[in-house]
Design a protein around this ligand. Structure first.
Ligand code: PLP
Length: 403
């Protein structure tokens, strides 16, 4: 009899971790490695925030349990921030917020609280790696609606409509998107709002962890900004990992109707308790309006690295692989129409492509397979410009089979 549960045995191992381990070993062995797998900003958070963490560490309460749902002042502060940034109003009587240990924990709580065996959950490829894994963990069935590079990885709303059955419980939206680095257009959101209206039992998990991180106008919009009553059937996931460059502090937010929040609290109370008190207390004092000015130079940097990548592709006669990324901090490279593709027999060559690029030329990317897009690889745009420029050149040469 196996010691491990069937549940955990059915989870896939992270290919990113494996490739990262290989990249670290190569670097340790003295090889030049360009690691473009990062899912976090390599910058220090705002000094105002860091100073608040310091000063709050003087108080005993910062080291003790917080309420399970999070500090009420922080929940209220997040809801006000949400209202300002999304330009919607939130009815406190019907909505509330839970603070969890990061966006991933928040998502896990939601899946655990809502999914019954056999429920279908629609997700749009490319999707964030963990969605299908978490859905399966709770007995749900991921239903994937795909997209492609020609449509800038924006799936068709008609395809979404067709994927809905009487078993569909949830749709996951993630705009701005990891890994494509784009957000769905306002027109798309308008169309999507009609689908929501036509299926009144459907709920949406809107993963908005990158909402403020866009570097091309127009910025992201959401369907509930078009029809505010749709917010009632929305579970918003957010956090400080990306917009405050604080992945290690583990704070996530869920905004949802009170019945959902009650269930999330019940689960979180039994499985994790309240999130990190010190960070919550610092956030209570922190001016969330500073996030925009913090992000301004970062957005410039991302935009500039995106241009560097576009130029490297164009200079190597591969403009057809290029689309303009606009948000989050990634680019999903579809190499199915690049000369290198002819080298591989695999139906989906994402992994062999990434392995060869790393082993021979020292560039680490994340294979697209786990994002639901074959023959692709995710490039993180966060690195320092000179380093990124060199890496982009190596990638372009590799795609063109120039090395
Ligand atoms: N959602 C998306 C789309 C992400 O890319 C991430 C992190 O990479 C998360 C959620 C979870 O973020 P965290 O758990 O660090 O708050």
């Amino acid at each position: 009899m196996s010691l491990l549960s069937k549940r955990v045995n059915s989870l896939s191992e992270s290919i990113t971790l494996k490739l990262n381990a290989k990249a670290s070993k190569m670097a340790k062995d003295g090889k030049k490695v360009y690691n473009l797998t990062a899912g976090q900003l390599p910058f220090r958070p705002l000094p105002d925030f860091v100073n608040l963490l310091r000063s709050e560490s003087d108080f005993l309460h910062s080291f003790q349990y917080s309420p399970v749902a999070g500090l009420p002042e922080l929940c209220e502060k997040y809801i006000s921030h949400f209202e300002k940034t999304r330009k919607v109003s939130v009815d406190r009587e019907h909505f509330s917020c839970v603070v969890s240990n990061g966006g991933k924990h928040a998502l896990n709580n939601v899946f655990a609280s809502l999914i019954n065996e056999g429920d279908e959950v629609v997700m749009l490829a490319p999707y964030w790696i963990s969605y299908p894994q978490m859905v399966k963990l709770y007995g749900g069935k991921p239903v994937v609606v795909s997209s492609n590079a020609f449509d800038i990885f924006i799936p068709s709303v008609d395809d979404i409509r067709k994927s809905i059955t009487d078993k569909t419980k949830l749709i996951i939206l993630n705009s701005p998107n990891n890994p494509s680095g784009t957000h769905y257009t306002s027109e798309w959101m308008e169309e999507f709002s009609k689908v929501m209206e036509d299926f009144p039992n459907l709920y949406v998990i809107s993963d908005e962890i990158y909402f403020q991180l866009y570097y091309y106008d127009p910025g992201p919009t959401l369907y509930y900004q078009k029809k505010s009553e749709l917010l009632k059937r929305t579970i918003v996931i957010d956090g400080i990992s990306k917009t405050l460059a604080s992945t290690g502090l583990r704070i996530g937010f869920t905004l949802a109707s009170r019945d959902v929040v009650t269930a999330l609290n019940k689960l979180q109370g039994q499985t994790a308790s309240g999130a990190n008190s010190l960070v919550q207390r610092a956030l209570c004092q922190f001016n969330f309006e500073l996030i925009d000015s913090f992000l301004a130079p970062i957005k410039k940097h991302l935009r500039s690295n995106a241009e560097v990548l576009g130029e490297a592709l164009r200079n190597n006669k591969m403009s057809h692989l290029w689309y303009q990324p606009k948000s989050a901090f990634y680019y999903l490279l579809d190499f199915s129409a690049a000369p290198i593709r002819e080298k591989y027999n695999e139906k989906d060559a994402s992994l062999v492509f990434c392995e060869e690029l790393l082993e021979k030329y020292g560039v680490a990317l994340v294979p697209g397979t786990d994002f639901g897009i074959p023959n692709s690889a995710r490039i993180s745009l966060v690195s320092e410009e000179k380093y990124f420029k060199e890496a982009a050149q190596v990638i372009a040469n590799f795609l063109a089979c120039k090395q």
